[in-house]
Ligand binder design. Structure first.
Ligand code: ADP
Ligand code: MG
Length: 312
């Protein structure tokens, strides 16, 4: 059951008051220009898993294919308002949100109309990269986490997502060409960092559809860890049929088969992200950052980014 809802429905619901939960990195773009790597599966199921931990979650569908919309049980052919209207500034984001139930999060839905927005953005003279950031701004503080499901391209929609985001979560399949694609994405992230969004970080690289019996997958996984170290999530998403079939029921996997390996893996990912965030906060509280520390971290990140060989 889905109904049009603003974010207030999120916190005014009757029920126990929310336990104070530490803030997470607010806006996370789920991006990889390669299609079929698990972006949408990750966006929908991470949204539901974080919502299950009582976080207030918004999911933005920024892909004209509208897969996150359908996978959340919302009919993309029946939308009264969608991300195109919000992106072009025709309506406020709150007016286009739908409540996903079961799911426990708010969705900005999308359909193929979004392709027109991309074309409109391309022809704009100024401010075209910051449209999404500005549209999200009024509700940014009302959510603990806002996930953006990006399209499979490094286009203006993805650029808008990266400019609006605090961090990028990169799902990837451990295949032969995966690292090559990754270096293109890391290059784009670096460009956006220097041009429009200085504080953009890599949230983490997520190994998806993983089959441990596949030697190549294990090799690529080892290389990933060598190049990106702690940026690779420890949680691995296995190949799991329940994850593949859940969208046909219009539900996150947690509400399709909560005991499945897929559901447990996305809950584990949410747990890992929350733990990381708590650890970072504790570190910040105990050791006040010095300019030297910040420099070291930045150097480490950009160093990591540069060592991905193009030949991989
Ligand atoms: P993207 O958004 O990157 O294009 P999707 O999330 O749509 O990728 O995933 C591509 C296809 O693979 C979909 O049919 C999806 O159901 C399936 N899929 C994604 N992750 C898994 C997984 N861990 N196990 C099995 N199938 C998966
Ligand atoms: Mg997708």
């Amino acid at each position: 059951m889905v109904h049009q809802a603003g974010p207030e429905s999120n916190f005014c619901d009757a029920g126990p008051p929310r336990v104070h939960s530490p803030p997470m990195k607010r806006v996370i773009a789920v991006a990889n220009q390669k299609g079929g790597v698990g972006k949408t599966t990750t966006a929908v199921n991470l949204a539901a898993s974080l919502a299950a931990t009582k976080r207030r979650v918004m999911l933005l569908d920024l892909d004209p294919q509208g897969n996150a919309t359908m996978g959340s049980g919302v009919d993309k052919s029946q939308l009264q308002a969608s991300s195109v209207d919000v992106l072009l500034g025709d309506i406020e984001i709150g007016a286009a949100l739908v409540r996903v139930d079961p799911g426990g999060f708010d969705l900005l839905p999308a359909n193929q109309d979004l392709t027109a927005a991309e074309v409109r953005l391309l022809t704009m003279m100024a401010g075209r990269e910051t449209k999404l950031r500005n549209a999200v701004a009024p509700l940014r503080e009302s959510y603990d986490v806002i996930l953006i499901d990006c399209p499979p391209a490094l286009n203006m929609l993805t650029v808008n997502s990266l400019v609006a985001a605090d961090s990028v979560l990169i799902p990837m399949q451990c295949e032969y060409y995966a690292l090559e694609g990754l270096s293109a994405l890391v290059g784009t992230i670096e460009q956006i960092k220097s041009a429009a969004n200085e504080s953009l970080e890599i949230e983490g690289i997520l190994r998806t559809m993983f089959d441990p019996r596949n030697n190549l997958a294990n090799e690529v996984s080892a290389q990933l860890i060598m190049h990106f170290g702690d940026k690779v999530f420890r949680t691995i998403i296995p190949r799991n049929i329940r994850l593949a079939e859940a969208p046909s029921f219009g539900k996150p996997v947690l509400f399709h088969d909560r005991e499945s390996r897929g559901a447990l893996a996305y809950l584990a990912l949410a747990g890992e992200m929350i733990r990381r965030e708590e650890e970072e906060q504790q570190q910040m509280a105990t050791q006040p950052a010095t300019p030297g520390d910040e420099g070291a971290e930045a150097a480490d990140e950009s160093g990591n980014a540069e060592v991905v060989p193009n030949s991989l």
